[in-house]
Ligand binder design. Sequence first.
Ligand code: AP5
Ligand code: MG
Length: 210
Amino acid sequence: MNIILFGPPGAGKGTQAEIISGKMNIPTISTGVIIRAAIKNGTKRGLAARSAIDSGALVSDDIVIGIIKDRLAEPDCKKGFILDGYPRTIPQAEALYSLGIKIDAVLSLEVSEETIIKRMSSRRTCAACGATYHTVFNPSSDNKTCDKCGTELSMRADDAPGVVKNRLDTYHRETEPLKDYYTEKGILRTIIGQDKIEDTTALVWAALGI
Ligand code: AP5
Ligand code: MG
């Protein structure tokens, strides 16, 4: 199954992607995770993306489309994949369409801005493996280090309140119009994000017919 997880920053895309990936045994492709790794490694793409990600703007379509084309060409994507945070603009959606890969479902996670701000202020991430936690709703076993690889957890630089506001504005202006794009294609399924992660996951399985 080829799935897109769509929604505003902090809606829970990464959290749900990890759960679906584990159960369906298909890879998650998160453009945010790939770009942060490129920045950390000082690659050409990372250097070009840095100022956009730090300010809460979108990284240029050229860079992101290049990342996705390379990643989807890898053999592990043949059995299915989950796109987390791609596409975010109409040109990105059209670039995906032009690859001729059928998308089975676009799951749109809907969460209020008030909830998003609460979630982001206490999110902790693992810079080494990309795992995501929340100090209250989804803590790691010691609330300090990653359960998967033991790395010390940290806050994402773009979770600072001013940057979160810019990311939400960017989402409404540039990304939300994609809901109409995928509604017209008949594959958009809306999921109302719940207070408990597992309750949202139950709605995800129902939307996928699993
Ligand atoms: P990206 O990394 O994709 O960030 P985002 O879309 O802003 O989304 P987040 O990762 O912040 O949130 P999420 O929806 O994954 O929520 P999470 O599961 O962590 O992108 C970052 C930047 O990269 C962009 O701003 C842009 O610059 C650039 N970029 C990326 N893709 C791009 C593209 N295609 N084009 C151009 N630029 C691009 O959950 C949030 C928190 O809530 C966690 O702490 C979690 O534990 C908790 N939580 C989750 N679900 C629940 C629940 N049900 N109840 C309680 N807590 C919950
Ligand atoms: Mg994420």
